[in-house]
Ligand binder design. Structure first.
Ligand SMILES: [Zn+2]
Length: 485
């Protein structure tokens, strides 16, 4: 993937380097180099077509880290933190800064990866995770923080105005990004007083659980993700109506509703929407809607359960409206009584067999979101041939995944070497993306009072970045910006 380097300021030795995640949506790893010292922003895993090799040895950190003083983490998706164990293996022993919720999620997310990808046993995983936990320094949102132990290189030739000690300090601050629990964009104040902002992944507007990101007050340089820089999402506000319609229709003919979902973000939003549907149907007291009260909602993913608990724990980070609404609910969002959680593999297999033989109605939420692994596979294998089964695909389905095959309407698919006939109904819902779309990204940029000198478009396919750049250039107020792709 190679490193690319850009000089930020003609007068100062400030550089932006990309070690991954510039022209790809995975493998995020950026470096801000200030007078020879480096700060890393994220250290993620390459995934899917971006993968360099299937061999774990190629996950080695291939760039010099001797001058790196800290790692700042935007959020816990594996394409932003997945290479952390390899960073440690390369000798990294500096502070890892992140928000409190991110600090709580990092061990959960990494543990799963170390188990599934590397097959490490629990003792080996604990050793690595304990070390990472000791290196983590959690910081509140909006709290200004100095990089600890930062050395001022003796080789500096200093301007008069930068001779005071404070002027050498590099401060940073996490701001809510609205993407997943704990997610942040990062404002970093450079020694010359200028501010560079790293967006991390930004969430879409109007999601039910997390507040929308608010633009920074200052960003002389903006490094922004463009995953959906050329897309417009379906309206989030109407998605629960669509979900209700699909659920009601499918329940009329009985059978199971399968929802493949990611463990962080989408799963919790789906559960929240389903809970609101149930609450609403109970409040309207329509006898026809009684089935809602008896409908089992099954969360069959140990990781998603643990993450959901953290969503509960960090409830103060939810958007205000949702907390107010939650306080009026007789039922409790995300911990409702109809939620059945499945832990052990035996319980999982037993449930698959039971649903396949009885066809009783139930909603099952399980990973993986693109049906390319995880417990959802056993459900699909057993239930796709049933006409009463409904599959709701709430997220992006990448090329080459079973999810995409189902979305394309294939009449038969192969799971674990067995050819399975698809008689189930397949529904696609795109309103559950955790990413900002083009309008959200533009609103974020336009919300910065003074347009940035330079905007760096990252975390996107080259074609998407080009289209997004053209879009930005059409906006009058942004014509002063230099846009790098
Ligand atoms: Zn993300």
């Amino acid at each position: 993937m190679g490193t690319s380097k850009y000089r930020l300021h003609h007068k100062y030795d400030y550089f932006l380097l990309h070690h991954g995640g510039k022209n790809t949506v995975t493998g995020s790893c950026h470096e801000l180099r200030i007078n020879g010292s480096g700060i890393l922003i994220d250290c993620g895993l390459f995934q899917g077509n971006d993968t360099r090799s299937d061999s774990p040895s190629d996950l080695n950190i291939e760039f010099d880290i001797s001058h790196i003083e800290a790692l700042l983490v935007t959020h816990t998706h594996i394409d932003h933190i997945g290479r952390l164990p390899w960073l440690l293996a390369a000798g990294f022993d500096k502070p890892i800064y992140c928000t409190k919720a991110t600090a709580a999620l990092i061990p959960l997310m990494l543990d799963d990866g170390l188990k599934l990808q590397l097959g490490l046993n629990s003792k080996q995983r604990k050793l690595i995770l304990d070390k990472i936990e000791r290196m983590i320094v959690s910081v509140d949102y909006h709290q200004l923080k100095n990089i600890e132990g930062r050395q001022v290189p003796s080789s500096w030739s200093l301007d008069e105005e930068h001779k005071s000690k404070e002027a050498h300090s590099v401060q940073f601050c996490f701001k809510p990004a609205g993407h997943i629990l704990g997610s942040a964009y990062i404002e970093i104040t450079l020694p010359n007083g200028e501010v560079i902002v790293f967006s991390g992944d930004l969430g879409p507007s109007n999601t039910p659980l997390l507040p929308d990101p608010i633009s920074p007050k200052r960003a002389d340089y903006l490094v922004i993700e463009t995953t959906y820089g050329n897309n417009h999402h379906e309206d989030v506000s109407t998605r629960s109506l669509r979900l209700e319609k699909i659920v009601k229709k499918s329940l009329q003919d009985g059978g199971v509703i399968l929802i493949p979902a990611f463990s962080v973000g989408r799963t919790q939003e789906l559960l929240f929407d389903i809970e609101r549907l149930i609450e609403h149907s109970i409040n309207t007291q329509s006898t026809k809607d009684d089935f809602w009260q008896a409908l089992p909602i099954i969360l069959d993913s140990p990781l998603a359960q643990k993450v959901t608990k953290q969503y509960e724990r960090f409830k103060q980070l939810w958007r205000d409206e949702c907390l107010e609404e939650g306080s009026q609910l007789s039922r409790h969002p995300l911990s409702f009584e109809q939620l059945i959680t499945i832990d052990s593999h035996q319980a999982h297999q037993k449930l698959v067999n039971r649903l396949a033989s009885t066809n009783e109605p139930a909603i099952v939420v399980a990973a993986s979101g693109m049906c390319n692994g995880g417990r959802i596979m056993n459900y699909l294998q057993a239930l796709l041939p049933h006409r009463q089964t409904d599959v709701i695909l709430p997220g992006y389905q990448a090329n080459g995944t079973l999810g995409r095959q189902l979305q394309n309407g294939e009449i038969s698919v192969v799971i674990s070497g067995e050819t399975i006939k698809v008689n189930a109904h397949i529904h696609t819902m795109s309103g559950y993306s955790a990413h900002a779309d083009q309008d959200d990204l533009i609103a974020f940029i336009q919300g910065i009072p003074t347009p940035p000198k330079t905007i760096f478009l990252i975390h996107g396919e080259p074609k998407t970045k080009q289209k997004f750049k053209e879009q930005l250039q059409k906006i009058n107020t942004l014509q002063v910006c230099n846009i790098e792709i």
